[in-house]
Design a protein around this ligand. Structure first.
Ligand code: ACM
Length: 653
């Protein structure tokens, strides 16, 4: 190159550079704003792996282009963005795709990497918001989708509105995010057996899950209270098994239905419904894992086909409507036989038919077969079970269940699927290749992993979001509680376990006490946020105080999206003392720092002019009620709780 052409070339490059700088400055002037976000912390849940915030923000123009390197593969991400930006912000969105359109100015760029970015894996993404626009890059379409979910959380909370919001600056703070999940299995169990939820309600549920990057819907499709999926070879399962008598009150204590009470409460999904749901979920990168719960929890199946039990007295079986039929305790005793008979060949023919159709409907690798809480008292009395034990040399009822599980595992494998069950399936010995879902704490999961089985952790102590999230005196009553703070402590990998065998975890939403979707939402949020963070974010990125700060910001999003949630995290906790304490004292705590508790013993409603709790209280001699409420500064944040003193005395240890 001659000196002249070198100087010319440099000066051309300088000119281009200058042009680029000028353009960038112009675009920055157009879009980059002194930010109302400055000083406002970003609140992405689950917390990204790495997030660096710049100063300023990018202002979305009223008309914008989304450019996608591969428009077809990016359509879920594009559709979500388009829907939110046009509905809430009224932004006119155009989509341009492919290399040909790569040079068109686009405020939002979605790029699928041509060569894999090893850091971010299959579901990760890189999200960059600069003065001149937004770009999301990922290896796979799922990563783009999760990048968009994070981007939506960067935008003002009004983006959640189903109505147009006028006169708002739609801006995102300048940020560089690198993000990918800790676990590939990030599930929510939805029990549609105790109460049926329509296909439309399940779709909304999937949408809500994906906001927080959950990717698996564990669909609990059968139980004593209902069979919820059409099996064409076994029509009575849904003609009879899908219906019971509507009762309200406390599930498990209902009166026995009378013979003339209509059995018209319930419902089921046709196979067409299931195909629609599977496709809907897939577009949102959610797998659906079906669960058919056997050999216990099978009363709906037995009411449909009584010959499946060891005690087939025709007509004595009815789908349970919430009346008590089980004695709980160290040894489970069923008062009505709700178990499939392991010694009856018809049962295996039945299971083969059921799982043939299930396997064809659900593309997910795993089928969950339940296996939990199987009462053995009817098996113990069965001559067929006794002769099976002799023939197969089975020493006890746990080994009888293990025999049943082995036969079932072969059926599942013959359909090309992997076998998963609750941790009870470990009890009589478990065949290799079975995966275990640990619910009675983490000990079953630890034991299973030590034996080399794959494990999903769903300990009831931390992830059962059907349990109460505040004091029973104010919450809809269930048999136990999981506070938000406890759910945030969930870590799927206990010490000493081979982390490679822990596939992830789940929030489990059983619905004995949940009749409608508003209450489903109330139970899931915010605990669903804490479990999402435990499943996605690196352990060292979790911080309770930081999380609570974010949760409060997400409450605003829920309000705008009209999603119900619980504010129980603001309520005081009543800490019971010992029976021997003299005098009797009442201790209070809060889950969240920085709250004040005000109280009264005179039955009036306390506010911040009342005494502030500063240490254990000794109730006045004749007081019958303690009323408490929490405040942050001068603002009430908790609920008014009226606690009878006698109730607290009953709780003494
Ligand atoms: C269960 O909660 N019985 C799995």
């Amino acid at each position: 190159m001659s000196a002249a052409s070198f100087i010319f070339s440099v000066s051309c490059r300088m000119k281009n550079l200058l042009l680029l700088i000028c353009c960038s400055i112009a675009t920055s002037l157009l879009y980059s704003q002194p930010s109302p976000h400055a000083g406002k912390r970003i609140a992405i849940i689950p917390e990204p792996v790495s997030l660096k915030q710049g100063s300023g923000s990018f202002l979305l123009p009223a008309r914008l282009t989304i450019w996608a390197s591969d428009e077809k593969a990016s359509r879920s991400a594009i559709r979500l963005l388009q829907h939110k930006l046009s509905t809430a912000a009224g932004i006119r969105v155009e989509v341009a795709g492919g290399i040909a359109a790569a040079n068109r100015p686009a405020a939002i760029k979605l790029a699928l990497n041509a060569s894999p970015d090893e850091t971010i894996g299959q579901e990760g993404y890189r999200l960059s918001v600069t003065g001149s626009g937004i770009s999301i890059a990922a290896n796979q379409p799922a990563g783009l989708y999760y990048g968009v979910q994070s981007l939506l959380q960067l935008l003002p909370e009004q983006i959640e509105s189903a109505q147009l919001i006028k006169d708002l600056q739609w801006e995102a703070p300048l940020v560089e995010i690198v993000d990918y999940p800790r676990f590939g299995w990030r599930g929510v169990l939805l029990d549609v057996a105790r109460h049926f939820f329509t296909k439309e309600e399940v779709r909304d549920f999937i949408d809500d899950m994906t906001r927080y990057k959950y990717n698996l819907l564990h669909f609990h499709l059968s139980d004593d209270q209902g069979w919820r999926i059409e099996i064409k070879a076994l029509p009575k399962l849904t003609e009879t098994g899908a219906w019971n008598v509507k009762k309200q009150g406390y599930f498990g204590t209902f009166s026995k239905p009378l013979p003339n009470e209509p059995r018209n409460y319930g419902g089921f999904y046709t196979q067409e419904d299931i195909k629609e749901l599977v496709a809907y979920a897939k577009e949102r990168f959610v797998n659906i894992m079906p669960e058919i719960d056997v050999p216990g929890h099978s009363l709906a199946a037995i009411a449909s086909y009584p010959e499946l039990s060891c005690t087939p007295g025709a007509n004595q079986y009815k789908v349970n409507s919430g009346e008590n039929f089980m004695k709980w305790g160290p040894k489970l005793t069923a008062l009505v036989d709700n178990t499939l008979c392991p010694a009856n060949e018809k049962v295996y023919v039945f299971l083969d038919k059921v799982f043939s159709e299930i396997a064809a409907l659900f593309p997910f690798d795993y089928i969950h077969v339940g296996g939990d809480e199987c009462a053995k008292n009817f098996w113990e009395q069965s001559a067929e079970v006794r002769s099976l034990m002799q023939k197969e040399k089975l020493k006890n009822m746990e080994e009888v269940q293990a025999y049943f599980e082995r036969r079932l595992q072969k059926i599942i494998a013959a359909k090309g699927k992997k076998f998963m069950g609750w941790d009870e399936i470990l009890e009589g010995g478990l065949a290799p290749g079975a995966a275990v879902m640990s619910w009675r704490g983490v000990k079953g999961g630890i034991q299973a992993a030590k034996l080399g089985h794959e494990v999903v952790m769903t300990p009831s102590t931390h992830t059962y979001v059907d349990l109460m999230q505040g004091d029973p005196i104010i919450e809809p009553r269930v048999y136990a509680s999981v506070l938000l703070k406890t759910s945030y402590q969930f870590d799927p990998v206990p010490a000493g376990v081979d982390a490679r065998l822990i596939k992830g975890g789940q929030a489990n939403l059983w619905t004995e006490q949940i009749y409608n979707t508003r209450h489903l939402q109330y139970m899931l949020w915010p605990r669903g946020l804490s479990i999402a963070e435990s499943l996605w974010s690196p352990r060292e990125k979790k911080s309770w105080d930081g999380f609570i700060d974010k949760v409060e910001r997400h409450f605003k999003r829920f309000d705008i999206a009209e999603i119900k949630y619980s504010r129980a995290m603001y309520d005081p906790i009543f800490v019971s003392g010992k029976k021997t304490d003299n005098p009797f004292k009442i201790a209070l705590e809060t889950q969240i720092d920085g709250l004040d508790i005000y109280y009264s013993f005179d039955n009036s409603f306390p506010d911040h002019f009342y005494p502030r709790y500063a240490g254990p209280l000794i109730p006045p001699k004749d007081a019958v009620m303690l009323k408490v409420i929490t405040y942050r500064g001068k603002t009430p944040v908790g609920r008014m709780i009226a606690m009878p003193i006698d109730e607290l005395k009953k709780r003494l240890r």
